[in-house]
Design a protein around this ligand. Sequence first.
Ligand code: 5AD
Ligand code: SF4
Length: 440
Amino acid sequence: MKYYLATYGCQMNEYDSAMIASMLEDVGYYETENAEDADVILVNTCSVRKKAEDNIYARISQLKPLKQSNPDLRIAVLGCMAENHGAKITDTLKHVDFVVGPDQYRGLVDILALPPSKSPHRQQPKSVLVGFDSAENYDDNFAKILSPFSTHITIQRGCNKRCAYCIVPFTRGIEKFRPVESILAEVQKAVDKGVKEISLLGQTVNSYRYEGNSFANLLSKVAEIKGVERLRFTSPHPRHYTDELLWVLTHTPQISPHTHLPLQSGSNDILKSMRRQYDSEDFLAIVEYLRASDPFYGVTTDIIVGFTGETEEDYLQTLEVVKHAQFDHAFMFAYSPREGTEAFDWPDSISEAEKHRRLQKLIDLQNEITRQRSQNMIGREEKVLIERPSPKNPEEWMGKTGNFKNVALPADFSPQAGDIVTAKITEVRGWTLRGEAINL
Ligand code: 5AD
Ligand code: SF4
């Protein structure tokens, strides 16, 4: 039996897909890259913004002819849209057989063994498996390793924050922490297979706590495992940067000097109405601490413009914080009201055109800062983790610096994926640094 798995959205979904791949392969399925060849098509989905959902709906609709030409094909919709819309998906997209939410993947193998719905009008019983399970941490289900040298490991699921704009607490439930032992066992298994880079994942990853262990303790324990050369994590919440955590981040060589720190807004009024639990001063204090330890510390962020009630003044404050923080990169979004969230019932006060104007101006500002931060890297010697041949130029290989910048290196040093080489940064080309390997 062949499965085809498409993944949308965040790294949590990527991890879940890798875990599902491992569950399926344990019972004899194998993966195909080609949806036309598959006996089972799984689509792991994202609900964060309406546009994402619309695109995924369109993609699932396109699968209909495959079902018509192969009535034995099973199609399953997984992830946040599954939880968010449940049976509405099978009602509107009749060619979808199964809908399975993020806490229900253990039931997936069994559900896939059910016969597919032969008629577009007849659904299988039990085809929708959603709802939260406060005990489900998938402790014993290690994910398929994503690459021979780097992998994600989920340590926390769900979110307790209830930011006013965000659908995640409704699609992934309340926060749950995976036991330390189970995390360390998955890390050990990965390094035993040669993995050098580990990314710990959670919706608010640094809120982690388990039987007296904080996130800082956990990081120290993971860093001690022999073979862990680069330790990363995403996404932290500014509220949970304790002094202990800041100390561990800046004194543990295995932890890469990069943090993805979602700002969302630079206006304290908007942060308050978003229920973010910090103000712009708290946020900038974290950035300043990290950059005091290393001026090249990589800081990336997420920002939403046009949230309900955002005045021009609020927006200008966001631009000011962006100038102060000097982010290395930012994901920037226009606010998308999501049904079920607290802010959905507040009047969406800003027109799409105005949201777009604010977004474009912010993107222009950030692009300039990104370019400058990259320029500053010229002349530095950096450790680069080699990832893959450049898709654009067969004479070059791509890799990443500790502070999370892409570097292209001429392939004159017999590179292999997973090597860590020292390179001198020589120029910036577009969004990519270029360098030359040295000391070989
Ligand atoms: N509209 C726009 N962006 C959103 N995000 C979360 N919810 C929304 C929304 N309703 C953004 C936040 C978050 C990132 C993953 O997606 O910036 O950090
Ligand atoms: Fe959503 Fe806020 Fe939780 Fe992040 S912290 S997942 S933005 S509710």
